[in-house]
Each structure stands twice: as C-alpha cells, then as structure tokens.
Design a protein around this ligand. Structure first.
Ligand code: SAM
Length: 322
C-alpha cells in the first residue's frame, strides 16, 4: 500500500482495547471510563485482517498497543494468531509493564518478539503521581522479566513533562545503561481534551538534551529511519555507554518517513495518530470477510493520510494507542 505522498504503508499499530490499569496524566483524561465499548475486533477477525494485509498489501510489522494490550484477557490468543502468519517479521507490544513480571514468558512463548515499556520516573512518588498507580517496583521487576524472557531489543518510553520528570532524565539514562536497553524520550503531544494542558507541560527535545548534558560527554547519531526516534549512542561521564532516542513529533516531525496505519479496537481506521478516523472496517469483516469492501475502505483511509500531522490530536491517546 502507498499513500498519496507515495509513502509505503507496512506497519500496523493495532489498539486492542481502551482499557488500561494506569491513568497517566498526559494520556488518559479523567472523564474516560475503564471499560471498552462492546463489539471490539475478535482474535479471529484480527488474524484474518493481518493475513490479508500481509498477503495483499505488503504488511511486515505489527505492534499491539492500547489502552494497555494486557488488559485484554484474550491477549495470548491474539499474539499466537499473529505470530504464526508468515511474512510478519516484527511483532511487538507497547505496555505499561505491570503484567510482565508474571507473564513475560507466556508472551514470549506465544510468539511475541519484543516489548516497549513505559517508564516515566525512577522516583516512586513521581511515578505514582504521573501514572496514577504506586507500582514502580512492579514495573522494574517486569522490565527484568521481559529481558530474561528474550522480549528484546526492549525499549523504554518516557514522556517528558515540564513540571514533573524533566529532572529525572539523567537517572533514567543511567538505569537504561545498566540494563543495556535503549531509552526514548518523547515530546508531549496535545491530544483530545488534554491538549489544553499542553503548553505548560511541553518540553522540546533540545531542553531534554541540555538536562542530559550533566552526565553525557559524547553524542553520536546512530539511526533515523522510518522509526520515529532520532537515536544517539552516548558516552556517560563514568565511561559507560547508553543508547538514547528522542521522539520529536512537535519540534521536528517525522511525517515524511511515516509508514504506519492504525486500527483501534472498534475497527476505526486512523492513517495518522493526530488526525480523525478515516472509516471503520467492521462492516467489511463482520458478519463475513468482504475482501473488495475491505480493500476499498483501506485504500480510502490510506489515501486520506495527511502529509503532516495536524497541530492538535483529535483522539485521546489511550484510545488510539500512542
Ligand atoms: N499502555 C501502554 C503504555 O503505557 O505504553 C500502551 C499505550 S500508550 C498510549 C503508548 C505510548 O504513548 C506510551 O509510550 C505513552 O507514554 C505514549 N503517550 C501517551 N500519551 C502521550 C502524549 N500525550 N504525548 C506523547 N506520548 C504519549
């Protein structure tokens, strides 16, 4: 699949549920309840859809997201079904990490390749105030369990907020260096009703780099592909090495390299994280798979993919999946 800008679309980000065990201040507005609306796409519908996208449209990569994908009781079934599809060479999941200490091995055995784990602070109080749960130690144990289970390369995701965790960045880099994992610092995006707090919370990547200067002596650019992060191999003052990514949707967007299509648990098609949905594929997969209709809906959505993301996001992040 290619969009109107001739960008190849090979990467599906599938939001399995709106539900999440956390209530991050930058992600989930207080007005949103915990339940997922009925009618969400089922494991067998997901399998048929992904098979179709691989066989007919060149899909190679799937990331499970949410809400939190682990809030779905049928997650293992979904992983198994996608993992056995020939042509998927990267099956990843983004998670809050709460279930990894007990289930990382199950996910790996089911065929999951790797995980990204959100980690906003190493300070237990700040972690609790940013995420709404007092669970830092559980998430850290989950990160260790995921590394042990081989869900690697594991990446850590940190959304950086002005009045909250900017000062925590050096400690987070040191932690990532000790674990041998990459950490990515994410610029806050103005999404849905939370956009009204954006200006006072937003920190550009340049300011994050200034804060990190106290522990870093050398920066070397590692990559900038269709991956959304600008990644640096860095040398720390104590001689250790670390890998740091900056995800800069606001200060320096990476839209020209975007290869993503997003589908939410209710079947909505989002060609861009910050744009409105461009159709819903439920009618093309239920009650039976209607291939011509599905292809028409996919094509319409992809042709509507904006050249650059709008200034403010339409959806709430926890619905569309980050
Ligand atoms: N629950 C999972 C988690 O905690 O990673 C997956 C869903 S979450 C919506 C996916 C990613 O979006 C996380 O890395 C999260 O930090 C990021 N995110 C959420 N709200 C954001 C915002 N307003 N701006 C930038 N990133 C955001």
């Amino acid at each position: 699949m290619r969009d109107a800008q001739d960008r190849p679309i090979r990467y599906l980000r599938l939001s399995l549920t709106e539900a999440c065990q956390m209530r991050c201040v930058y992600c989930r507005p207080a007005v949103l309840g915990q339940s997922t609306p009925p009618g969400r796409i089922t494991p067998s519908e997901i399998e048929s859809l992904v098979r179709h996208l691989v066989s007919n449209h060149g899909l190679t990569k799937v990331r499970l997201t949410g809400g939190d994908p682990t809030a779905r009781p049928d997650l293992i079934n979904i992983i198994e079904r996608i993992a056995r599809i020939p042509g998927i060479n990267d099956l990843a999941m983004t998670t809050n990490g709460l279930s990894l200490a007990s289930h990382a091995k199950d996910y790996a055995n089911a065929g999951l390749g790797r995980v990204n784990v959100s980690l906003d602070s190493l300070d237990p109080k700040r972690f609790a105030s940013m995420t709404g749960v007092d669970a830092l130690q559980r998430v850290l144990a989950g990160i260790d369990a995921a590394i042990d289970a081989g869900l690697t390369p594991l990446k850590l995701n940190t959304v950086v907020l002005n009045s909250e965790n900017l000062a925590d960045l050096p400690a987070l880099v040191e932690y990532a260096a000790m674990r041998g994992v990459e950490i990515r610092f994410i610029e806050l995006m103005p999404m849905g009703p939370l956009a009204e707090h954006w200006a006072e919370r937003y920190v550009p990547a340049s300011r994050m780099r200034n804060t990190l200067a106290q522990i870093i002596t050398g920066w070397q650019t590692a990559t900038q592909g269709s991956d959304s992060a600008q990644t640096y191999d860095v040398t720390l003052r104590d001689g250790r090495h670390a890998r740091i990514g900056f995800i800069t949707p606001m200060s320096c967007n990476f839209c020209s390299a975007c290869n993503r299509l997003r589908i939410t648990s209710d079947g909505s098609l989002y060609p861009c994280l910050m744009d409105q949905p461009r159709g819903n594929l439920t009618e093309a997969i239920r009650p039976k798979f209607d291939t011509p209709l599905l292809d028409r809906l996919l094509s319409e959505a992809i042709q509507a993919k904006a050249p650059e993301h709008p200034v403010t996001g339409v959806a709430v992040m926890t619905q569309i999946g980050g």
